[in-house]
Design a protein around this ligand. Structure first.
Ligand SMILES: Nc1nc2c(ncn2[C@@H]2O[C@H](COP(=O)(O)OP(=O)(O)OP(=O)(O)O)[C@@H](O)[C@H]2O)c(=O)[nH]1
Length: 377
């Protein structure tokens, strides 16, 4: 790392929102904008027309960028202009916390993801490919657009939307199809989508699946955060009114919090991360590798198969801890917690020389995921 450049504020996650025409991308995006938990969101779309800009105060329009009073900056772009717009949106003056690119129904999301991963903009980090699927039109959609299987295979999170229009059996069937999407015909075991799948109506997912609540003291920025409990209450109210569909949002995803006050063993943690289960969508937090690197904690960001560590100096009085949150759907929280606990360093004494060399070597696996300033991806 270049010691002359001061560490900048955390990189801004860029999320790609994809899905076929009418699947509910704009509905989901509007939901995120209304429940952005204090975050300032930058949105890149193919055209403004579909976003409910009326619902927000438009405070300025420059070129094809619209600044919304509610803490959102929108721009309409052609994919070839992506880098230029990311450049604009990541300027410190924009003060954005997260950027969402709504891929047009026709854009190939893999192409956008590839461009993001290859981008040399140091201020962004890949935030995942979210594929919105219309549950009611699933089979018809696949027939018309067989390429949807390819999209599902590379997605990090699949939002099975419009579940108000299908029963729970049909939802289960679609989930199975998604899990085998992209695998060679007749051989689901050979692969398929590793994406976490969550069900939704009108795109109402918990925004925390995609980004964290902003820690902003600024009162003007404080949008009310839609919490997990709110979603649950809304669902219960629907159930009580007899309009629910037996699908409970608390079953939508699960999270695991892990804290350790002894260092983590780099080799074992990397084994855990390299074999993380299907459906484990996000991991965030920081890791103490103890003697592996006494000076730094390692901020961990994983979304889908993407994984990145960023070393950050411990402050003088900071307690040496590992703190991680894992979020996913269809995961076994207890098992994951146990596996992480098994990654803690055990105090087996080895001769000091061997120990030093071993620690240095075991950090290699971690360092593979540390971005160097001139890395491409
Ligand atoms: N019944 C039902 N309708 C929904 C749901 N989510 C979205 N819709 C409706 O589906 C239609 C399409 O939704 P959009 O959000 O515009 O879909 P989109 O993917 O952005 O569509 P394009 O911009 O054309 O690509 C709208 O009329 C929405 O109100 C849902 O969960 N259930």
């Amino acid at each position: 790392m270049n010691p002359s450049s001061p560490p900048r504020k955390q990189q801004i996650p860029v999320i790609v929102l994809a899905g076929f025409l009418g699947s509910g991308k704009t509905t989901l995006l509007n939901h995120l904008l209304r429940n952005r938990a204090g975050n300032r969101i930058g949105v890149i779309v193919n055209d403004f027309g579909s976003i409910e800009i009326d619902a927000m105060t438009v405070s300025g329009q420059v070129g094809s960028t619209v600044s919304l009073g509610s803490g959102c900056l929108c721009c309409a772009v052609d994919v070839s202009e992506l880098d230029t717009f990311l450049e604009t949106l990541t300027r410190p003056a924009a003060r954005l916390d997260v950027i969402v690119i709504e891929a047009s129904g026709l854009a190939e999301p893999q192409e956008l993801v590839r461009m993001l991963l290859a981008s040399d903009n140091p201020h962004i980090v890949y935030g995942g490919l979210v594929e919105v699927v219309d549950a009611a039109e699933f089979d018809a959609g696949r027939e018309r657009h067989p390429e949807i299987d390819r999209h599902l295979a590379v997605a990090d999170l699949v939002v099975l939307n419009k579940t108000d229009r299908v029963g729970s059996e049909e939802q289960a069937r679609i989930r199975d199809v998604i899990a085998s999407a992209g695998a060679p015909a007749g051989d689901a075991a050979a692969g398929g989508s590793a994406a976490a799948v969550i069900c939704a109506t009108y795109g109402r997912i918990d925004p925390q699946l995609l980004f964290d609540p902003a820690l902003r003291p600024d009162g003007e920025e404080k949008a009310r955060q839609l919490t997990f409990e709110d979603l649950l209450l809304a669902e219960r109210a629907e159930d009580e009114a007899g309009v629910g569909h037996g699908h409970h949002l608390h079953a939508a995803y699960e999270s695991v919090s892990f804290t350790a006050d002894v260092p983590m063993n780099p080799r074992r943690l990397m084994e855990f991360l390299d074999s993380r289960p299907q459906g484990l969508y996000r991991i965030k937090g920081f890791v103490d590798f103890g003697v592996g690197d006494r000076g730094n904690k390692y901020v961990l960001h994983a979304v889908g198969r993407f994984l990145r560590f960023a070393p950050q100096p411990w402050t003088r009085d900071e307690p040496r801890l590992t703190q991680l949150v894992l979020i996913g759907s269809g995961i076994d929280p207890e098992q994951l917690h146990k596996e992480l606990a098994d990654c803690r360093e055990s105090a087996t004494p080895t001769p000091e020389m061997t120990q030093d060399a071993a620690h240095e070597r075991s950090m290699w696996g971690v360092l593979r995921y540390v971005q160097q300033p001139d890395d491409d991806a």
